[in-house]
Design a protein around this ligand. Structure first.
Ligand SMILES: C[S@@+](CC[C@H](N)C(=O)[O-])C[C@H]1O[C@@H](n2cnc3c(N)ncnc32)[C@H](O)[C@@H]1O
Length: 254
């Protein structure tokens, strides 16, 4: 079923990416204003997320990140299907679905929103072996060991870093929950890795690249999706290998 959605172009001109919204018209004619970042609300309505971000704004990131991860493993003669993946910021499971096209050994989702897990189970039943609703900046010792028991050797995070979504500290925690020599595949808006970035990602990622804890295998600049005005938004897709535990000292000072 197609939803009746409206993107009010005129109203966007003064808004930043995280203030953007759209209208959903219900069957009774009522118009609801929904923020792009109100994921809990968007996931409540089946196929609304896909219709906005994937059909209308042509997001391709899950496939792009999956494909470069696949290429990176192939270059190293590693078997993609043996990966044990933690998909962080998994939402309703589009990255899980993309990984599933090649097949992986284990796939666990994690998100801060309970509604994301509900939607993933509803829309992509069976894609995830487990799905945790957790704030990774507040994990207890038990929760940490429960996640570590999966023996993850790959972390994926797609369309979920920055903009009031996953902060550096949570991403850092997620990377340290995968094994040494594990893979890290994610995307990030290009402005987040420029020197004047305020989110902390730029400094963190540049330090990682220069450190002995990380080895970069692929970086690709690509069109993540269209902006509301129809202009391409460029992101970097990055695949790296975590060589050793990443120290807290690399985190930006708050
Ligand atoms: C744009 S969606 C991307 C979902 C999915 N990865 C995809 O590619 O379709 C961003 C997701 O990040 C989640 N998120 C935001 N902040 C988070 C946090 N601190 N920890 C975990 N997930 C978070 C949101 O709930 C949302 O499901």
């Amino acid at each position: 079923m197609r939803h009746r959605i409206q993107l009010p172009m005129e109203e966007y001109k003064s808004l930043s990416q995280n203030e953007a919204f759209f209208y959903l018209t219900h069957d009774n004619g009522e118009k609801e204003k929904i923020l792009f970042h109100d994921y809990a609300r968007i996931y409540q309505t089946p196929k609304l997320y896909e219709q906005i971000f994937y059909d209308r704004l042509r997001c391709k990131s899950p496939q792009v990140v999956t494909d470069i991860l696949y290429k990176a493993l192939k270059t190293e003669n590693k078997n993609f299907t043996e990966l044990r993946v933690l998909d962080f910021g998994a939402g309703n499971g589009l990255m899980g679905e993309a990984l599933d096209t090649y097949g992986v050994a284990r796939l666990v989702g994690a998100d801060i929103e309970a509604m994301a897990r509900e939607a993933a189970h509803r829309d992509r039943a069976g894609v995830y072996d487990e799905y945790y609703v957790r704030d990774f900046t507040q994990l207890s010792e038990n929760q940490i060991s429960e996640i570590q028991d999966w023996g993850f050797d790959c972390l994926t995070t797609v369309a979920a870093l920055g903009f009031g979504d996953i902060p550096v500290k949570a991403f850092h925690q997620a990377m340290n929950l995968i094994n040494e020599n594990g893979w890290v595949a994610f995307n990030i808006k290009e402005s987040f890795i420029t020197p004047n970035d305020q989110s902390g990602f730029s400094k963190y990622i540049r330090q990682l690249i220069l450190s002995e804890h990380w080895e970069v295998h692929f970086i690709e600049r690509y069109k993540h999706r269209l902006s509301l005005e129809g202009v391409p938004l460029y992101y970097y897709a990055i695949v790296a290998r975590k060589r050793s535990h990443i120290p807290e000292s690399l985190l930006p000072q708050s």
